[in-house]
Each structure stands twice: as structure tokens, then as C-alpha cells.
Design a protein. Structure first.
Length: 257
């Protein structure tokens, strides 16, 4: 798409009225718009809308605008976690958890994928089903996506350890009962993900190696996204910077409580 067409897409997105259902952050919405424009520009294979806490009316509005600008759309169930390795606990409990996730997914709303190349559809479907990770479909660095997934697996393992050490669980039935009632456990800080605003223009968490270098795969994507925002609309780029500052200040304030 030419820059004029990209600017027109961005303008339409920025004019989109939507209800701020749930905890929709200004920064997340601006980065949603930037990602969609990056897809239209051919700089990103697809954009995922509606995973986690996002506004339903925003999703529907984006669907209409993306279609009007000639982008492809696909709705799937929410993206299931990809396991590049099995967690180190009772495989029967892991199976039970997997089935529970799939049952919950069937009850939840759908997510929306915005993309350009029709050949991407199989990659999107397998990422949504958790068969592969999202790196290929979303154009995120494999290292960052893998580390993020690894953190998810370690948290699951920490939860199971908590069931054993804090609730005395030993048998499969104990694990299932504790998971069903949502028993609380202490997650050690080492298992928790680090939140970084180092790369303001991307929606994925950079892995530790990427976060340490300004020429890493994650950093390169961040600079490319910033360049795109600046080229299309300096005001839009400044709005993202402003939203990042507000988010950082908000997190600091939360952290002090
Ligand atoms: Zn990385």
C-alpha cells in the first residue's frame, strides 16, 4: 500500500469510536492501530486483536475498517498457549489442564486476525490452536516468543509445586481439586515475567538477550515500527510516546502501593 492509503487507514482507525470495556489501555489501542498499519504496509504478517482484555466494540470497529481497506480477516477462538516442552509434573494433570483450557476456550469470545497474504491462514490457525507458537504468524522474534512461553510453563510448574508444598497435594485428585477451586499459591519472583517498556512500539515482551541490545531482533522490529509511525504521522508517534510515559508512571504508582 502507498503511504497515502496507509495514512487513510490510520486516520479511519484513530476516528473509531469504541467503548472502553474492561481495562483497555490507551497505549495498547495505539499499538493495535500501528500493528494493523504495519500489516497493510507489508512490514508485519498479521495482527491479533482481542486476546486478553480488549474491548469487543473496538474489535468489531477494527474488523469493519480493515475490511474496507482491503485487508483479510479471520476469527478464531482465543489463542491457546503453545508448549514447546511438557511441564515437569504429572502428565495426567497436564492433560486435565489442557482439556479444561479447551473447554473454557469454547465458551469464550473470539479473536480477530488481520492479515494480507492468503497463504498465511494455515499458520494463523495452527498458532491459534497452540500447535505452533505465534512467532511466524505475528512476525515476532522466535527467541522472545519462546522465552515468553517458557515463563508460562515455569509458572504452571510453580503452581503445582505450591499445591504440593503449601496444600500437601500428592495425588492427581488433589491437583484437580485445588485447580478447580483456584487454590492460592505463592509464585516465586524468579518465575514471574519481567515487564519492560524498553521497546515502546511493539506488543511482545522482549527476551532478556534482546532487551540488552539495541541491535537485537526485537530492537530492530521496534525501530522499524517507530519509523513507520513517524513517517505516516509524527503526531501519532508522539501520542504513542506520551501513552508510554503515562503507562510507566501508572505502573510505578501501582508498584508503590
Ligand atoms: Zn528475543
Amino acid at each position: 500500500m502507498e503511504d497515502a492509503a496507509l495514512r487513510s487507514l490510520l486516520r479511519d482507525l484513530q476516528r473509531l469510536p469504541f467503548q472502553r470495556e474492561g481495562k483497555v489501555s490507551v497505549l495498547e489501542v495505539l499499538l493495535d492501530y500501528l500493528e494493523i498499519v504495519a500489516v497493510a504496509a507489508g512490514e508485519k504478517p498479521s495482527h491479533l486483536q482481542g486476546q486478553g482484555m480488549r474491548s469487543r466494540s473496538l474489535l468489531e470497529g477494527i474488523e469493519g475498517i480493515a475490511a474496507a481497506h482491503g485487508l483479510r480477516l479471520l476469527r478464531t477462538g482465543v489463542v491457546l498457549q503453545h508448549f514447546h516442552r511438557a511441564p515437569n509434573y504429572d502428565a495426567r494433570f497436564f492433560d486435565w489442564e489442557t482439556q479444561r483450557e479447551r473447554a473454557a476456550r469454547a465458551r469464550e469470545g473470539q479473536v480477530l486476525w488481520v492479515y494480507r497474504n492468503p497463504d498465511l491462514e494455515p499458520a494463523i490457525r495452527s498458532a491459534a490452536d497452540g500447535e505452533t507458537d505465534v512467532a511466524g504468524a505475528l512476525g515476532y522474534p522466535a527467541c522472545c516468543v519462546r522465552e515468553y512461553n517458557e515463563i508460562g510453563i515455569r509458572i504452571s510448574e510453580a503452581v503445582v509445586r505450591g499445591y504440593q508444598t503449601e496444600h500437601g497435594a500428592t495425588e492427581l485428585d488433589d491437583f484437580i481439586r485445588l485447580a478447580t477451586v483456584g487454590a492460592k499459591v505463592t509464585i516465586p519472583p524468579s518465575a514471574k515475567p519481567h515487564v519492560s517498556h524498553l521497546f515502546s512500539y511493539v506488543q511482545f515482551s522482549p527476551c532478556r538477550r534482546c532487551a540488552e541490545s539495541s541491535s537485537s531482533p526485537a530492537a530492530e522490529i521496534n525501530w522499524a515500527m517507530k519509523r513507520l509511525a513517524t513517517r505516516l504521522s509524527p503526531a501519532f508517534q508522539r501520542a504513542i510516546d506520551k501513552a508510554v510515559s503515562a503507562e510507566v508512571a501508572f505502573r510505578k504508582q501501582q508498584g508503590r502501593r
